[in-house]
Design a protein around this ligand. Structure first.
Ligand SMILES: Nc1ncnc2c1ncn2[C@@H]1O[C@H](COP(=O)(O)OP(=O)(O)O)[C@@H](O)[C@H]1O
Ligand SMILES: [Mg+2]
Length: 225
């Protein structure tokens, strides 16, 4: 993966959510931390084109997130802060199948792909369940399946362990650490990022630190003190 910010920033009207920044991201495990409202989600959404830069540009493997938005969306999967908002069909299997149908796959191929992604995460038993009846951890796993089934190279997770109990948190952590895809995780759950190669700290729309986990987390703690 090769994500590049070239003087990219975002204003919402008169308010700057993210001041222009330039950086390249190539590590397989990247964390993003900062206080509420510091620009983390805006930063992450720039990467898959959900937010367009109001200045500069962002590219993913050389593809411009604005000019080649559809290709970028295919490359970068995004799991929202509240996964219940992204599961759109009532039954988990159907929701996982949705993105494949949209790609025009035939029925047999879709069934195989859905079974295989459920198996990959050991959650075959969730396939026939109603999404709105799932626990937080199960919902996070279902969202992971729905996004990864389409084969993105990069996965962005926005606060994936928010509101999970210890058991589900451990499940989600193990799952994230085991993913072969490149992963960008926004989190207030600092121990989740302990082994990450690189952690970005945002403060009031500015990149305050860009360092290995221990150093970045120490900077964040100073900020919050
Ligand atoms: N769609 C939007 N319209 C206006 N302001 C927004 C919008 N999205 C985010 N903001 C503002 O931009 C700033 C950064 O938000 P965000 O990226 O969501 O921060 P974080 O994820 O770190 O909590 C905040 O001040 C927020 O209120
Ligand atoms: Mg956020």
């Amino acid at each position: 993966m090769d994500i590049r910010f070239d003087n990219a920033g975002v204003d919402y009207g008169p308010r700057t959510a993210l001041f222009p920044l330039s950086l390249a991201l190539q590590e397989r495990r990247i964390g993003v931390i900062g206080l509420n409202g510091s620009g983390k989600t805006t930063f992450a959404r720039l990467i898959n084109g959900l937010v367009k830069p109001t200045m500069g540009r962002v590219t993913v493997d050389g593809l411009d997130t604005v000019a080649e938005a559809a290709k970028v969306l295919g490359k970068v999967g995004y799991i929202f802060q509240s996964p219940q908002n992204q599961i759109i069909l009532p039954i988990v299997r159907d929701d996982i199948a949705f993105g494949l149908k949209a790609r025009g796959y035939d029925k047999a191929r879709i069934e195989t792909a859905v079974d295989s992604i459920l198996d990959r995460f050991g959650v075959g038993h969730l396939g026939s369940r109603r999404a709105h009846e799932l626990s937080g951890g199960e919902l996070q796993m279902a969202a992971l399946c729905s996004v990864l089934v389409t084969g993105p190279d990069i996965l962005i997770l926005d606060e994936p362990t928010n509101q999970l109990d210890l058991k589900n948190r451990a499940l989600v952590q193990r799952t994230i650490m085991g993913l072969p895809e490149s992963v960008i995780v926004i989190s207030h759950d600092l121990p989740l990022l302990d082994d990450f190669e690189r952690v970005l700290v945002f403060d009031q729309g500015r990149l305050l630190a860009d360092a290995p986990a221990a150093e970045a987390i120490a900077r964040y703690r100073e900020l919050a003190a």
